[in-house]
Design a protein around this ligand. Sequence first.
Ligand SMILES: Cc1cc2nc3c(=O)[nH]c(=O)nc-3n(C[C@H](O)[C@H](O)[C@H](O)COP(=O)(O)OP(=O)(O)OC[C@H]3O[C@@H](n4cnc5c(N)ncnc54)[C@H](O)[C@@H]3O)c2cc1C
Ligand code: FES
Length: 316
Amino acid sequence: MDRISITFADGEVMSFAPAPGGSVLTSAEQAGNALAHSCREGTCRTCVARRPNGDEVLLCVEPAQSGFEAVVPYRRADVSPPTLRRAKINSFQKLSRSVWEIRYRLQFPLPFLPGQFVEATFPGIDGPRRFSMANGPAEAEQILHVRDIPGGAMADYLATRAKAQDAFTVRGPFGIFYLRANPKPKLFVAGGTGLAPVIAMLRGIDRSSAPPLSLVVGFAEAQDAYAIDELKALATELPLEIVLTADTANQGWSGKMGNPVAGIGHVTAVPLQEGTEAYLCGPPGMVGAARTALRELGLRQDDIFNEEFVHQSPPA
Ligand SMILES: Cc1cc2nc3c(=O)[nH]c(=O)nc-3n(C[C@H](O)[C@H](O)[C@H](O)COP(=O)(O)OP(=O)(O)OC[C@H]3O[C@@H](n4cnc5c(N)ncnc54)[C@H](O)[C@@H]3O)c2cc1C
Ligand code: FES
């Protein structure tokens, strides 16, 4: 067989010719096919696939070779080609010491799966920035949670120039970090604004058939904590346990001390063993450490999904 063959989670098969000197991902793209990806450099795991022998491969760095076969953990329909939309800011505000919220509306709807992200290009900022939607997919008003990085272009824009009605563009949706609709108990581990896609998932869960859910969300300092009231409201609608952590805090903090990976030890509502699904989102170090800890507890590799909030050069 001289072609590459990719099998999707629902059994659909895509085949295409290997591009000389290219990766499996670039070969697929050159043949006009879409595969999930984000960083394109072998760090974020968005493009992870499994070979017939069980080995994992990252399709963005895997050399394209005739006869290559692998299975990817999503359906072909979940990687719809991205579209560009005009947007306008409705409002923006600081939710905590280090988190901004931007609420905006789209000129035309942009369907997405809760957990996915867009590339947003704001006025006067060189190149797009990636942000995960924090709203549910059926909601008209779109919400982003933006980390206030000192010296960052977004922080500067929001603190000094942004105003309601500012026009910007979003392109998407991207990513395969979306909630799998199945009855498995689900553990969410979020660091900082890694909470955004998790809130989108929680907002999108079917209230009548929700499995047991646990969320561990951690902040560097108690002053960074945000969306606590929203999480408490979600816990009245869903079978949701919330474990809050802060690396450092003073006496008023009612959550746990430590990082969110240590916070997993306080989870009681979902079994920390094979059969539970996990969704990890935030800084790469936290995501990697959480993945390792959950594997040691017995969760299956294929039941652990993640999005790493790495800073990336604007895509060409
Ligand atoms: C798939 C995906 C989804 C994301 N979703 C979100 C989201 O919902 N909310 C959110 O706040 N962020 C998210 N991020 C991260 C976000 O895209 C970047 O942090 C963002 O580009 C920062 O832009 P800026 O304009 O504030 O900083 P810039 O002006 O681009 O950078 C300023 C300085 O900060 C450093 N820096 C920027 N971002 C980071 C980072 N994440 N970690 C460490 N150093 C950094 C840069 O290297 C630079 O030195 C996501 C990233 C990815 C890949
Ligand atoms: S796109 Fe392959 S690891 Fe990020």
